[in-house]
Design a protein around this ligand. Sequence first.
Ligand SMILES: NC(=O)c1ccc[n+]([C@@H]2O[C@H](COP(=O)([O-])OP(=O)(O)OC[C@H]3O[C@@H](n4cnc5c(N)ncnc54)[C@H](OP(=O)(O)O)[C@@H]3O)[C@@H](O)[C@H]2O)c1
Length: 347
Amino acid sequence: MHWAPQSAQKVLRSEATALIASLGKESHWTQALHTLAELRVTGPKPDAVLLGAAVAACGRGKAWQHALELLDETQRLSLPDLCLWRMCAQSPPFDMASAVPLVTGGGSGIGLGLAEEFLKLGATKVLISSRREEVLKAAAEKHAGKIHYLVSDAGKEQDRAALLKWVESDHPDCNVLVNNAGIQRRVAPATDEAPWSERAAEIEINFAGPVHLCALFTPHLLKQKQAMLANVSSGLAFVPFTAGPVYGATKAALHSYTLALRYSLEQTSLRVVEIVPPAVKSNLGGSHDFGEECDVFCAAVMERVAAGELEVGFGFSESGRLADRVTNQQAMVGISKQMNVQTYAAA
Ligand SMILES: NC(=O)c1ccc[n+]([C@@H]2O[C@H](COP(=O)([O-])OP(=O)(O)OC[C@H]3O[C@@H](n4cnc5c(N)ncnc54)[C@H](OP(=O)(O)O)[C@@H]3O)[C@@H](O)[C@H]2O)c1
């Protein structure tokens, strides 16, 4: 294949795009990649449209790894629509020395890991809450004077209101809320005869609780110089979870809610963060002894949150969220902006 000189770049790029697209339609994804490789050496620089054609070709050939790598490259291009989501997904670094976080479910598992990372990154006071006092007490004793706790059930409306009251009266300097508390029921849906209350509890703790706490804490956090709402979703927010359909749906809902909140608050001092764990070793669902080491995961995500990233995954949840971002969220942001979405002015 021969590519003409620089002056004819525009036409040639469209020709190359058409060629790669037609190879993709015929499921010749290896040839499409070969053409792309040749183009990189001799032709015009690939743009997002051309890369998109190559992604589609790889998708038809089920060459997912190649498709993801190309999607990643697409995101690094400075194109207006891609700039938009990048802008939404990055803020200035967060001053961790002045962070006073409240982490729900912070006495064990990922919650305790995140709480300890706040301390390592410079915070001098961390607040934690959950249902079991003995677990909270053990964490507070381990970090004497630095961790303070309140027994509180994130699945109960009155407990959530009491959590805000405790913060306002005893810790008014609290400037971060991490909605981490969560449960997971692994079931076979066709034969799941558990009472409705079990599914309702999963919805209440994983989704209704964070939504209510975000609403309760937003006015308090907006009064702070810098502030953060961080929701812990899951890589399962981006793919159906057959072993726990309600769990997956609560996380998908939390992801959607978090995005909407981020866009509506983007002009204010309150940043909205989403932490997207992959499988991490913890007690989720009774036992979860497979996946990433909890401390490795927490250290990696908190470093990026401190640097200002607003949506942070790890391992498979990172590639999953990036793929989702390019295919769906670009369109979603564009549509949202046309619909006169309510946004809030800077403080
Ligand atoms: N581990 C994973 O593979 C994974 C993957 C993706 C997402 N996540 C998410 O990460 C978050 C933390 O999970 P984990 O893996 O650390 O699980 P975990 O080891 O089971 O810890 C869950 C924590 O949440 C607290 N909690 C549960 N229900 C609560 C309630 N109603 N009110 C207040 N606190 C409650 C628990 O404390 P008490 O029992 O004392 O209340 C515990 O501290 C969850 O949102 C989970 O969905 C985990």
